[in-house]
Design a protein around this ligand. Structure first.
Ligand code: UDX
Length: 423
């Protein structure tokens, strides 16, 4: 059954949510405040790189199931459901800033049709459905939590084939109406109260970040005891209670979610009179991991980075995305530049120079005259690259592989000194 859905906010979450709902057969109007962005989207031009999304948007535009408009009120005027997909950035005190959510609610309150349902899709602190209800001041309009679990680089797949759908509402009929939007998706459906739904979202991201900080901490121990983190992860991961997923060591987690959501959960806990020391430790380990990567590059450069040419492969916060937000690669490169290094970078999704960084058009060009090559993002482009050609371009023989991406034996055969993480 097709429903009329308004999406407020055409960012990573809103654009994917709107396009996928249209793909499922619903009539979607997606609103943004940026007029030029709305024009580009209406032509099928996406401002973000997300595998599979462009085709879905193009098909939905052509079928007329997806439209883009300027302004939340325009989208909400005829809708049955209004999805709030606006940013919830980190406030100065670590808490999530709800000003965009409240602004969107104020804009749609006067035009929402009777008995419409407002849905919080953005990651919002526990208790936010009540904040939105208060701002709406529409007793006939119920507010439901329906958190997203989309990973950048696989957002379309994560929406259409989710591990689970979570709906939080104090009103059973509103929950059932939201659940009906997903009726063509086969996935476990969890209907709970709003506070539990909002807590599920934060707890999920915090636990995933914990897994990564844990493996990065064990990797540091492996380096000092002569163990190989790849074998350690293989060995522990066969225990079904642990699993192998999300235990890849690296430069630390980044992106627009983990850094923001872990700090927000520490603040939510603090406001709930609980000192979340464990999660604070996860954040500390993550911050230290970037410093450890800089130490590795400095050591590979012989102890000083001043005037040293460093080739950097990867700038985005992870592979298969164009997103640079909170990218560990950028933080590490900034630290290298601060110590006098000259950084030449290549990333398949980044074309323009960044402050203090020459961005080149291919991986080999970035290696010209470099003393050290540092791999920062796990793009497949780097996995099987011709290391003999890399060697010919470089003046040094040092590789720091912060993602354990390259074949260590092949690197050594090509004459490189290889430093990985935890091995
Ligand atoms: C995350 C959650 O996975 C997703 O469910 C939620 O909706 C939004 O936040 P995302 O931030 O897009 O998704 O990326 P994710 O794949 O989770 O990676 C987050 C960070 O962890 C990246 O910097 C990535 O490089 C790093 N990472 C991930 C590791 O270092 N090791 C791993 O094993 C996995």
């Amino acid at each position: 059954m097709s429903s009329r859905i308004a999406i407020i906010g055409a960012g990573y979450v809103g654009l994917t949510t709107g396009a996928c709902f249209a793909h499922l057969g619903h009539d979607v109007v997606c609103a943004d405040i940026d007029e030029s962005k709305v024009e580009r989207l209406s032509r099928g031009e996406l401002p973000i790189y997300e595998p599979g999304l462009e085709q879905i948007v193009t098909d939905a535009l052509r079928s007329g199931r997806l439209r883009f408009v300027v302004g939340a009120a325009v989208a909400a005027a005829e809708c049955e459901f209004a999805y709030l997909c606006v940013p919830t950035p980190q406030g100065d005190d670590g808490s999530a800033d709800l000003s965009y959510i409240e602004q969107a609610a104020r804009q749609i309150a006067p035009v929402l049709p009777p008995n419409a349902v407002v849905v919080n899709k953005s990651t919002v602190p526990v208790g936010s459905t009540k904040v939105v209800e208060r701002v709406l001041a529409r007793p006939d309009v119920k507010v439901v939590s329906n958190p997203e679990f989309l990973r950048e680089g696989s957002a379309v797949a994560d929406f259409l084939k989710p591990d689970r759908i979570v709906i939080g509402s104090d009103d059973q009929s509103a929950a059932i109406r939201v659940a009906s939007l997903y009726s063509s998706i086969a996935a476990p459906l969890i209907v709970t109260d709003p506070a539990s739904a909002e807590t599920i979202k934060y707890a999920a991201n915090a636990f995933l970040a914990t897994k990564i900080s844990f493996v990065n901490a064990v990797a540091a121990i492996c380096e000092n005891v002569g163990a190989d983190i790849n074998d350690v992860v293989l060995g522990i991961g066969y225990d079904k209670r642990i699993g192998h997923d999300f235990l890849r060591p690296g430069p630390g987690w980044g992106g627009s979610c983990f850094p923001k959501d872990t700090r927000a959960l520490v603040k939510i806990a603090e406001d709930a009179s609980y000192d979340f020391n464990l999660l604070k430790g996860v954040i500390v380990v993550n911050d230290e991991q970037r410093e450890r990567m800089v130490d590795k590059v400095r050591s590979a450069a012989g102890g000083s980075l001043d005037g040293v040419v460093i080739a950097a492969w990867g700038l985005t916060f992870k592979a298969n995305t164009d997103d640079l937000r909170e990218s560990p690669a950028l933080a590490i490169i900034a630290a290298l530049v601060k110590e006098g290094a000259i950084v030449r970078a290549y990333d398949p999704q980044v074309a323009n120079d960044l402050p203090g960084v020459e961005v080149h058009s291919d991986a080999f060009a970035a290696c010209e005259g470099a003393a050290v090559l540092v791999v920062l993002t796990e793009w497949d482009d780097f996995r099987l690259i011709d290391l003999d050609e890399v060697q010919r371009r470089m003046i040094g023989t040092e590789i720091v592989d912060t993602r354990n991406l390259l074949d260590r034996a092949a690197a050594r055969r090509a004459g490189f000194m290889y430093r990985g993480v935890g091995r």
